[in-house]
Design a protein around this ligand. Structure first.
Ligand code: SAM
Length: 279
């Protein structure tokens, strides 16, 4: 049977060239791979992995899931994956760019409800998370190995510099937890930044959001000009005069000079409700 320790050797022997553009920094530590599977709460069920790399996390997932659907964009990894996944019959490998697949296409491949587990490259993080937040109804959770700052941004509290539009968008429909920090030395090759494993557990009914599209617009507007007050941001974002905006802010029980970044998710929900009634 193939063991993860052989991966580095296998990559060397095959003359594989790491592609920086695809964020190729692989995980090989068996204990860490098992810990990520525990973080993701995989006990059977279906898992979608994005970016199989050399297949080390894919193998660990295949041991605790019923079915794994794994995407990998880099065709140069196909031969390597044929070796590392040879004894993983419950893995379906799709050699392609996950961003070129629509959500219905992805969910046709996964079939049931599913959990996403991925060690994803930085360039994909924001767009990928937002796709699952905004477009999927079947995803149960995301367990992502991301740049440490991104994990901290997702789990941030109001009035901190990490707190932003993506924090509110995600925390409005999910519970977020940073599970572990991963020093850069755990990756092969070693990247320039540390990473963290973050879980996003979807709870779509967490808040009673009257209009999701409007909620997203409110959040985007509130954070669009970080140094401006909420009043200014909403007046610009919704193209309404400041007098009307001031009434909306007062109806929410907020200070006229507050900034968007001081509002918690519940306050954003209330703001959304008032705007829906007033505009
Ligand atoms: N899961 C492996 C691991 O943990 O060792 C590999 C992780 S590596 C950080 C990210 C992987 O995602 C790379 O193998 C890269 O080629 C792949 N990738 C990057 N962009 C992708 C995309 N748009 N669609 C599918 N795979 C992608």
């Amino acid at each position: 049977m193939f063991i993860a320790m052989d991966v580095k050797q296998l990559l060397k022997n095959s003359g594989f060239r790491f592609n920086k553009q695809f964020g190729q920094n692989f995980l090989t530590d068996e204990n860490l791979l098992a810990a990520i599977c525990r973080d993701a709460n995989i006990n059977g069920g279906t898992v979608l992995e994005i970016g199989a790399g050399a297949g080390t996390l894919t193998r660990a997932l295949s041991r605790c899931a019923d079915k794994v659907v794994a995407f990998e964009i880099d065709r140069n990894l196909e031969q390597i994956l044929a070796v590392t996944l040879a004894d993983c019959p419950n893995v379906s490998l799709i050699m392609g760019d996950v961003m070129k697949y629509s959500m219905p296409q992805i969910e046709q491949l996964t079939g049931d409800d599913y959990r996403v587990v991925a060690n994803i490259p930085y360039y994909l993080t924001g767009p990928l998370i937002m796709r699952f937040v905004e477009e999927s109804q079947r995803v149960l959770s995301l367990t992502l190995t991301v740049q440490r700052e991104v994990a901290e941004r997702l789990a941030a509290r109001p009035s901190t510099k990490e707190y932003g539009a993506i924090t509110v968008a995600v925390q409005a429909v999910a519970d977020v937890q940073v599970k572990r920090v991963l020093p850069r030395e755990l990756f092969y090759p070693v990247p320039n930044v540390d990473s963290a494993v973050v879980t996003v557990d979807f709870k779509r009914d967490k808040f009673d959001i009257p209009d999701m599209k409007l909620f997203r617009k409110v959040v985007r507007a509130a954070f669009a000009m970080r140094r401006k007050t909420l009043l200014n941001c909403l007046a610009v974002g919704f193209d309404i005069d400041k007098e009307r905006t001031a009434k909306i802010i007062a109806a929410c029980g907020l200070q006229q000079n507050c900034r968007g970044e001081t509002l918690d998710v519940q306050q954003f929900v209330k703001l959304c409700r008032v705007i829906k009634e007033e505009i």
